[in-house]
Write a new protein. Structure first.
Length: 441
């Protein structure tokens, strides 16, 4: 594993937070969140360069929702404010958006129809639509945001955190510099590839020349490498172009020496015993038509869309409060409710960045309308030219997943660089084939 050191005065200061106890947090309801969304942003926006700590946290109450803002109401945790910047994506994506503007439409069942490439819907279309139609437009824009070929992280970790109990103390080389207990820690490899709607390939009908491109939107490959009891567990997740078709999720379980197919409803189960489900990746990774959507308006929120550190640091009494830079972003706010009555979440609220369409923040509510979970994806932006996607794509760097009712969290870190590689058909066939799950076994 690559070690990343925290040096100088910072590490002792951060480690001292482990002795700080978090004040009791009042229960937050869906009504509280709705009132916060409807309220105007309070006061003047924080100035770039400002460092906000617990003593000055009230400045941010209009930018971070109730329940989540309390994670930062502890001594030793500070949020650095970054000037908002623009991240327009690649020129090919902008060109496809302009070429096909106004052609996409929402079908009678919520489907995305007549879509070719680029961003399906404009802000003007969203503003002029009904709440239900506008919610679906945001959803399809988010699914089809600029992502080049996808992304790859050769080593990432999932740290399972609790206030106390059996386990290890957090470590700086894990990106955890506060208190609490790490009850379990898994490492894995991840790679996603998009097969369709590739804006830079108009001469190839905007798709890769692989057989599955006729049926599949994207594929994920996940392989766990530690600890020993999960090492060798692999997943291939295939998202269909048909919005009504269930994902195909195949997993290889080394203890059983066989490949097993996940059922569709298992996407709502805890992933590997963590605080996150498959549908909670990246703030939202579900199928659009598995939910009813409703547009709630626009809201400025504080987001970590461009963190500075190669390894994101989390502090506070439970090592789950991000210590990095944040910027104020203008977001669409949408509600989604599962069409499956047995879903563990009664509803979710997503804050979706209006420019990049990355999910800035996601909130999940239980069936008593209490705020149950918070999901905060972390990204980094870099600069460059051409098809160097690190120059044009929001690079995923991690995600904190907090279960408020159980006072647990799963903090996910990219330990190596996030890359957006050029992909060849031969590599796609080799890496993402279900048959590869048992290779060498």
């Amino acid at each position: 594993m690559r070690k990343i050191q925290v040096t100088g005065r910072l590490l002792p200061f951060l480690l001292a937070m482990s002795a700080i106890t978090n004040p009791a947090v009042a229960e937050v309801t869906r009504a509280d969140i709705d009132a916060w969304i409807a309220a105007p942003t309070e006061g003047a926006l924080p100035q770039p360069g400002a460092v906000i700590d617990a003593a000055s946290l009230d400045q941010l109450r209009g930018l971070l929702p109730p329940g989540y803002i309390d994670e930062f109401n502890v001594a030793g945790v500070a949020l650095t404010i970054q000037a908002p910047e623009s991240y327009p994506g690649h020129p090919a994506f902008a060109a496809a958006t302009a070429q096909y503007a106004g052609r996409s439409r929402i079908g009678t069942g919520g489907e995305l129809e007549n879509y070719t490439a680029g961003r399906p819907f404009s802000d003007e279309q969203i503003a002029g639509a009904s709440p239900e139609q506008a919610g679906l437009m945001v959803a399809w824009n988010q699914i089809n945001r600029w992502q080049y070929t996808g992304y790859q992280v050769s080593e990432l970790s999932m740290s399972y955190l609790a206030d106390s109990g059996t386990g290890e103390r957090p470590r700086a080389e894990w990106g955890l510099v506060g208190g609490g207990t790490v009850s379990r820690r898994l490492t894995q490899r991840f790679h996603r590839v998009y097969l369709n709607y590739l804006a830079w390939l108009p001469e190839d009908s905007y798709r890769f020349d692989v057989p599955d491109a006729e049926r599949r939107f994207y594929k994920d490959y996940i392989e766990f490498v530690s600890p020993f009891d999960v090492a060798g567990t692999k997943f291939v997740v295939e998202r269909s172009l048909d919005p009504h078709e269930d994902d195909q999720v195949n997993t290889y379980l080394p203890t059983e020496r066989r490949v097993r197919r996940f059922s569709a409803k298992e996407r709502a189960d805890s992933f590997m015993g963590s605080d996150v489900t498959l549908d909670d990746f990246d703030g939202f990774a579900g199928r659009v038509l598995d939910y009813r959507w409703r547009y709630l308006g626009r809201r400025q929120v504080l987001d970590n869309l461009d963190v500075a550190a190669p390894l994101v640091l989390y502090g506070g009494p439970r090592s789950r409060a991000l210590i990095d830079r944040w910027q104020v972003r203008d977001c669409h706010v949408v509600e989604l409710v599962s069409t499956w009555d047995g879903h563990p979440y009664k509803s979710r609220v997503l804050f979706v960045d209006r420019e990049t369409y990355d999910v800035a923040l996601a909130l999940a509510f239980d069936h008593q309308d209490r705020l149950w979970k918070v999901f905060d994806p972390i990204y980094r932006q870099t600069r460059g030219v051409g098809h160097d996607a690190n120059a044009t794509v929001s690079s995923w760097r991690g995600q904190v997943n907090i279960t408020l009712s159980g006072d647990t969290a799963t903090v996910v870190h990219a330990l190596t660089d996030t890359t957006h590689p050029d992909m060849k058909p031969s590599a796609i066939k080799r890496i993402f084939s279900v048959s590869s799950l048992t290779s060498g076994k």
